[in-house]
Design a protein around this ligand. Structure first.
Ligand SMILES: Nc1nc2c(c(=O)[nH]1)N[C@H]1C(S)=C(S)[C@@H](COP(=O)(O)OP(=O)(O)OC[C@H]3O[C@@H](n4cnc5c(=O)[nH]c(N)nc54)[C@H](O)[C@@H]3O)O[C@H]1N2
Ligand SMILES: Nc1nc2c(c(=O)[nH]1)N[C@H]1C(S)=C(S)[C@@H](COP(=O)(O)OP(=O)(O)OC[C@H]3O[C@@H](n4cnc5c(=O)[nH]c(N)nc54)[C@H](O)[C@@H]3O)O[C@H]1N2
Ligand code: SF4
Ligand SMILES: [Mo]
Length: 866
């Protein structure tokens, strides 16, 4: 027997970096021994995650060393493309691969640069500005991100932008006493700042915070809650409207001072729904209760504008206040009516509204750092579950107004936008932004990655692959698969020629895979930077082996995304480095380096560097010199020095990992220090509606563009699943997050597969026990779920009391079929929900492009299978 000598330890280091197994970007320490990564731990110095990581972060070693990773460039030799069609990959060298890619790109750029379409993934937030700089150099901003946005947050993002000046929100866990969640996994391992939220929820509960989770299933968050409120899928807006009714009309629990001062609640609304305006200044009017006359909203002499009521603004024109309009709309949603639609008892709805309103402690204050501020220790979070339905915008509006009505917004204890305001790094003043005043006194976000939703949003005939010009409120419009399949119908002035993919499993993560396959096949040439030969890479012509997050440099926290990872509840600002714990293995290269080489070969480096200076807001003397040539780490170095001074260069960050400084009260709770209002009555949406209606007339596909949801006030409207009454299709199917997988991308990770297998729910379909028994289905049976659209998935069932009787759910995105993902593609490893869906505008919210993610199904035991 041969005994292997242990290698003497030449190197044993702990390297600070950042996880990217999901978009929470927790700080990590990577333990490297003799060049091999042996352990990933949390970095206690990182304020974003406070030393905590999850199972996915810990298991990222297995993504780094997975023997199924793509390690060399590959070329397709089989011209036929389709699901399950073997591309007959042939290994090629980097030079040949980049030669093919640049030739195809050059040809496309000569025709029309917009024919180059970019596709990326949600976890890859820090590439947004780099990719945009490359897009600018190429001349194409035609980018899409598959299911990221249309599945999860478009409604929420629009509301977060309009109401909080931020891309998303978090509750002030350290001070919140009552946390209400609608279809959101915060505290259960998903949503934003996942590890921070788990800490926040646990410590909050230890402090006595009450947590109520509205969800069709006893989800990972609901398990931690004080109360689980099972709801029929797709009816959250009805519940929120009924709660608004209870708060405003029944219990009179609302924050009048907040509404008058920080919102447009007192603005007078004409019978046609528009603001009554001052004849001279055109400013919206409010009713001055002292003088009994209308005055412009910003007239300092108006101490007490009317909040409720209807007033004659002249010549008998009776106008209600915006808040009265909301109160009247809410009256249409009694708890009794809500019970029928949501299945939640009316008495429960009344109790929840009262508990929530009372916990808000309207009128109370708290003193922090010598500043006395309104104290509203309640918050409402909602995310994918509540709003991944058609009418997402209206649902998001209804739920968001709950926090707004009790004044629990951007103030201690309440719901906080994630960093609307930053004073910047004290040493240089860089990384600063704040919201500004837009039309009619309403705020416009000061830091927003993409076009800021506001009354000033541009609307014009679409030329983009996503039709985003028609979706002014959608942060990530997603018309792409429709236009890719039929560019002529959508009158795009170009035909997609090159698909430039930087990672996304779009075939499995947006809508019915067959339709996605059609869309992808339609693009003549696809280059894909890939970690794995997943179901989407199957459609590539050239595959380039990307470095995973453990093998590359990135700056965590982007100025253009308001610091993104730095949720406002985190008490310190931090900017940190993602750096290689391992050098890229085999022939893998980080794509930013490769993109720089492609740009060089295309002769567009100068424009790329100039665009980089703009997008990263680099300041002199650290701006890139467009006439020079840079490698990616040098660009990281220049950016860090520009933001934090020459002493904080890449070398400094490699050693220290991160730079942090305290957050000020005026930043976290900015609302009390700036006089900007937000709408509780979305008057300018009516204007968007008119503008889109006008434009529609010119569009041959105008009939597909619905405008009815551009409403000034919220409503509940049924999504497609509620209109599907085919006999036998009696259950709502949906999917949810588990803490041990990210979308589809982690199913081949051996450790995550192992740990996921331990939980009997994670790879099974979860169904209400009684519902199952009534169908003759027993625990562990192999069943078929068939949707109204004809799609089908199979798997085992798990019977539970923790599921709404009308629903069935599956976790994340399993059911892989790529033979290059051998662990993931075994039978019984979950299912791909998209197999049940249909690519149809009827299932898409036209205002924000959230896609409907529940569908009516029938479930039956597959005979002959044990
Ligand atoms: N059934 C189902 N559908 C879903 C979801 C779900 O959970 N279940 N989630 C929805 C949501 S909210 C979202 S945001 C979207 C996400 O949708 P996608 O962005 O398509 O997410 P993934 O399925 O993880 O696919 C990402 C792909 O990128 C690869 N990847 C990861 N990191 C890197 C990298 O550093 N470089 C490169 N080149 N590739 C990388 C992964 O291997 C994986 O193949 O999906 C949506 N659709
Ligand atoms: N572990 C893990 N963490 C992740 C991700 C991941 O894949 N894995 N993905 C990241 C991404 S991109 C996103 S977008 C977020 C998503 O974060 P979340 O929004 O928290 O995601 P989900 O768990 O899919 O959905 C939340 C809940 O909605 C419920 N739900 C479904 N339908 C309805 C409904 O009609 N009404 C109500 N009230 N609830 C409903 C589900 O049962 C689920 O418990 O998580 C992020 N974090
Ligand atoms: S929550 Fe987990 S997967 Fe996401 S960044 Fe943190 S450690 Fe990584
Ligand atoms: Mo997402």
């Amino acid at each position: 027997m041969q005994v292997q000598q242990a290698q003497p330890v030449q190197e044993d280091s702990w390297i600070p970096s950042a996880c990217s197994m999901c978009y929470s970007n927790c700080g990590i320490l990577g333990h490297r021994v003799n060049g091999t990564v042996v352990k990933i731990e949390g970095n206690p110095n990182n304020p974003v995650s406070g030393g905590r990581i999850c199972a996915k972060g810990l298991s990222s070693i297995m993504t780094l060393y997975d023997p199924n990773r793509v390690n060399t460039p590959l070329k397709r030799t089989n011209p036929e493309k389709g699901i399950g069609v073997d591309p007959k990959w042939q290994r090629i060298g980097w030079d040949e691969a980049l030669g093919i890619v640049t030739e195809k790109m050059r040809a496309a750029m000569e025709k029309d640069p917009r024919s180059i379409i970019f596709l990326g993934t949600a976890v890859d937030v820090w590439s947004a500005s780099f990719n945009a700089a490359f897009g600018a150099a190429v001349g194409s901003f035609n980018a899409w991100v598959s299911g990221a946005g249309p599945h999860c947050g478009n409604g929420e993002h629009a509301m977060a932008g309009i109401l909080h000046g931020a891309i998303h929100t978090q509750v002030d866990y350290d001070r919140c006493n009552y946390l209400l969640m609608f279809g959101c996994g915060s505290g259960g391992g998903s949503y934003y700042n996942a590890t921070l939220a788990i800490r926040g929820v646990s410590e909050g509960k230890a402090r006595g915070m009450r947590m109520v989770v509205v969800d069709p299933m006893l989800s990972p968050s609901a398990e931690r809650a004080d109360e689980w409120v099972p709801i029929r899928p797709g009816t959250d807006a009805f519940l929120a409207m009924a709660m608004l009714h209870c708060l405003i009309n029944e219990a009179e629990l609302y924050d009048a001072e907040h509404l008058n001062r920080h919102t447009n609640a007192p603005y007078l609304i004409r019978p046609d729904g528009r603001y009554a305006r001052d004849g001279r200044t055109r400013k919206p009017l409010v009713w001055d209760t002292k003088e009994a006359q209308p005055r412009p909203y910003d007239d300092p002499s108006v101490a007490h504008p009317a909040l409720l009521g209807s007033y004659d603004v002249g010549e008998g024109l009776m106008c209600r206040t915006a808040f009265q309009c909301l109160a009247d709309r809410a009256k249409e949603y009694t708890p009794e009516a809500a019970e029928k639609v949501t299945t939640i008892p009316a008495a429960t709805i009344r109790r929840l509204a009262r508990e929530f309103g009372e916990a808000a402690r309207i009128g109370s204050t708290i003193t922090i750092d010598g500043k006395t501020l309104p104290y509203r220790p309640v918050g409402v979070l909602f995310f994918k579950g509540a709003q991944a339905h058609k009418h997402s915008l209206l649902t998001a509006m209804a739920i968001s107004l709950l926090s707004e009505v009790v004044g629990a917004v951007d103030t201690p204890g309440g719901l906080l936008g994630s960093n609307p305001r930053s004073f910047g790094f004290p040493g240089t003043g860089a990384c600063s932004w704040e919201p500004k005043e837009g039309p009619d006194g309403l705020l416009i976000s000061g830091a927003w990655g993409i076009s800021v939703p506001s009354a000033l949003s541009e609307i014009r005939k679409p030329e983009s692959i996503n039709l985003s010009e028609l979706v002014p409120l959608g942060i990530i419009a997603t018309g792409a698969p429709f236009t890719m399949i039929d560019p002529e119908k959508y009158q795009l002035p170009y035909k997609p020629e090159v698909h430039f993919v930087t990672g996304s499993n779009a075939v499995m993560t947006l809508t019915e895979p067959a339709a996605m396959a059609e869309a992808l096949k339609n693009i003549p040439f696809t280059v894909s930077f890939s970690l794995f030969l997943d179901e989407t890479t199957e459609f590539a012509d050239v595959v380039l082996p990307d470095a995973c997050f453990l093998e590359r440099y990135e700056i965590c926290n982007l100025v253009s995304l308001a610091g993104y990872a730095n949720s406002a509840i985190i008490k310190e600002w931090s900017y940190y480095l993602r750096q290689p714990i391992s050098e890229p293995l085999y022939e893998r290269r980080f794509r930013n380096d490769v993109i720089l080489e492609i740009a060089h070969r295309l002769g567009i480096s100068e424009t790329l560097y100039a665009a980089f200076n703009r997008f990263y807001r680099l300041r002199q003397p650290h701006q890139l010199d467009p006439t020079k040539r840079y490698a990616w780490p040098e660009m990281v170095d220049a950016t860090l020095k520009s933001y934090f001074g020459p002493e904080h260069d890449l070398e400094w960050f490699k050693q220290h990992g991160l730079l942090k400084w305290p957050k000020k009260v005026e930043e976290s709770y900015w609302k009390n220090f700036m006089h900007l209002r937000v709408p509780i009555y979305f008057e300018w949406f009516l204007d968007l509606k008119d503008r889109i209606e006008n434009l529609k007339k010119e569009l041959p596909y105008g009939d597909e563009v619905e405008t009815s949801d551009y409403q000034a006030l919220p409503d509940w409207k049924p999504c497609a699943a509620h209109e599907q009454n085919h006999s036998g299709f009696d259950l709502f199917a949906f999917y949810y997050r588990i803490p041990t997988h990210t979308f589809s991308s982690t199913y081949n990770n051996a450790w995550l597969d192992g740990i996921s297998s331990l939980d009997p729910n994670f790879y099974a379909f979860t169904i209400n026990a009684e519902t199952a028994r009534n169908k003759g289905i027993k625990e562990g049976n192999w069943v078929s779920i068939e949707s109204i659209y004809g799609g089908k998935v199979e798997g085992r069932v798990r019977l539970t009391e923790g599921m709404h009787p009308e629903a069935i759910a599956m976790a994340n995105c399993g059911g892989h079929w790529s033979k290059y993902l051998p662990l993931a593609s075994r039978e019984g490893k979950g299912a791909c929900f998209e197999q049940l869906m249909k690519m149809d505008w009827k299932c898409v919210d036209s205002t924000v492009h959230n896609w409907d993610l529940c569908v009516k199904v029938k479930v039956y035991k597959v005979e002959g299978r044990s």
